[in-house]
Design a protein around this ligand. Structure first.
Ligand SMILES: Cc1cc2nc3c(=O)[nH]c(=O)nc-3n(C[C@H](O)[C@H](O)[C@H](O)COP(=O)(O)O)c2cc1C
Length: 274
C-alpha cells in the first residue's frame, strides 16, 4: 500500500499505459485481476483542448477501475494545463499523469513525450503550472533520458518532485534505445534514493519473481507491467498474489482464457460516452 497524494493505492503492482491497449475494457480486466493502479493510454492534450470527438471518447472511465490514472501528452505548457484542468473537472480519474516518455517521432517533433527529458528546468515550469491549476494529484511517467549522453533521470525526478507532483514512474530505457537492450534498474534505484515521492519502476517485468526481485533490490514503491500483460492480463493476477502470499498461481486454462476473451470483447463493443 502507498499513497499518491490523497489516493491510497492498495498494492505494488501497476499496469503501464499502452496506446491502443490500455483502454477501459483492458484496464477493467486488469483491475479485476488485482492491479493496485491502472493508467489509461496516452491522450492528446491538444485533442482535449479542441474537444476532438475521438479524443473525448478516450476519457471514458468505469467506476469499477478506480483508482485509475489518466495520462495526457503534449509539448507546450499552456495546452497541458488546459487539458489537465478539463480532466480534473470533467472526469472521475483519480490521478492526472503526464507523459514524458513517448519516443515516437510524431510526438517528439511537437516537443512532447520524451522531448521533455532534455530540460529539467522546463519540466519544473510545466509540472508546477499543471499542479497549481488542478485539485487531483499529478504524476509523471518518464524514461531515463533522450539518449546515453543525456540521462537526466535524477535531475528530472527532483524537478518533478519540487514542482509538486505526487509520484513518478520511470521506465529504465532512453528514448534512443526504444525497446532495445534491457531496462536500467540501477538508474531507477538512484531515482528512488533521490526523491521522497513514490517511485514506480518499469521495464521488463515479465514474471512475479522478477517483480519481487526488482522491488527488493531497488526499494521502489511499486512495479509497473507493460508488454508482459499484452494478451496476458493474468500476469498481473499472478504477480499481485505472489507479492501478497508468496504463492505462484498456475497459468489459466484454455476455458478460463476464452471466458476472459469474451468478456473483453463484450466490454470493447459496449458503447462508451463521456
Ligand atoms: C504498445 C505500447 C504502447 C505504449 N503506450 C504508452 C503510452 O501511451 N504512454 C506511456 O507513458 N507509455 C507507453 N508505452 C510504454 C510502456 O508504458 C512501458 O513504459 C514500456 O512498455 C516498458 O515497460 P515493459 O517492459 O513492462 O513493457 C507503451 C508501450 C507499448 C509496448
Amino acid at each position: 500500500m502507498y499513497q499518491i497524494g490523497d489516493i491510497t493505492i492498495p498494492n505494488r503492482v501497476a499496469l503501464a499505459p499502452m496506446a491502443g491497449v490500455s483502454n477501459y475494457a483492458f484496464r477493467l480486466t486488469v483491475k479485476e485481476f488485482g492491479a493496485g493502479l491502472v493508467t489509461a493510454e496516452m491522450v492528446s492534450g491538444k485533442g482535449i483542448v479542441n474537444k476532438n470527438e475521438k479524443t473525448m471518447k478516450m476519457l471514458f472511465i468505469d467506476e469499477e477501475e478506480m483508482p485509475m490514472s489518466l495520462q495526457i501528452f503534449g509539448g507546450d505548457k499552456d495546452s497541458l494545463v488546459e487539458a489537465a484542468q478539463y480532466v480534473d473537472q470533467h472526469t472521475n480519474a483519480a490521478i492526472i499523469d503526464i507523459n514524458m516518455g513517448c519516443p515516437a517521432p510524431k510526438v517528439t517533433k511537437i516537443e512532447a513525450g520524451s522531448y521533455w527529458l532534455l530540460d529539467p528546468e522546463k519540466i519544473y515550469q510545466m509540472v508546477s503550472a499543471v499542479v497549481a491549476n488542478v485539485a487531483k494529484p499529478v504524476t509523471v511517467k518518464m524514461w531515463t533520458g533522450w539518449d546515453e549522453d543525456h540521462i537526466y533521470a535524477v535531475d528530472n525526478a527532483k524537478a518533478i518532485e519540487a514542482a509538486g507532483a505526487s509520484a513518478v514512474a520511470l521506465h529504465g530505457r532512453t528514448r534512443k534505445q526504444m525497446y532495445e537492450g534491457y531496462a536500467d534498474w540501477d538508474i531507477i534505484k538512484q531515482v528512488k534514493q533521490a526523491v521522497n515521492i513514490p517511485v514506480i519502476g518499469n521495464g521488463d517485468i515479465d514474471s512475479p519473481q522478477i517483480a519481487k526481485q526488482r522491488l527488493d533490490e531497488t526499494g521502489v514503491d511499486a512495479v509497473m507491467i507493460g508488454r508482459a500483460a499484452l494478451g496476458n492480463p493474468w500476469i498481473v493476477y499472478q504477480t499481485a498474489k505472489y507479492l501478497e502470499t508468496g504463492e505462484l498461481i498456475d497459468n489459466p486454462t484454455p476455458k478460463e482464457k476464452i471466458a476472459v476473451c469474451s468478456l473483453h470483447m463484450e466490454r470493447l463493443i459496449k458503447k462508451v460516452s463521456v
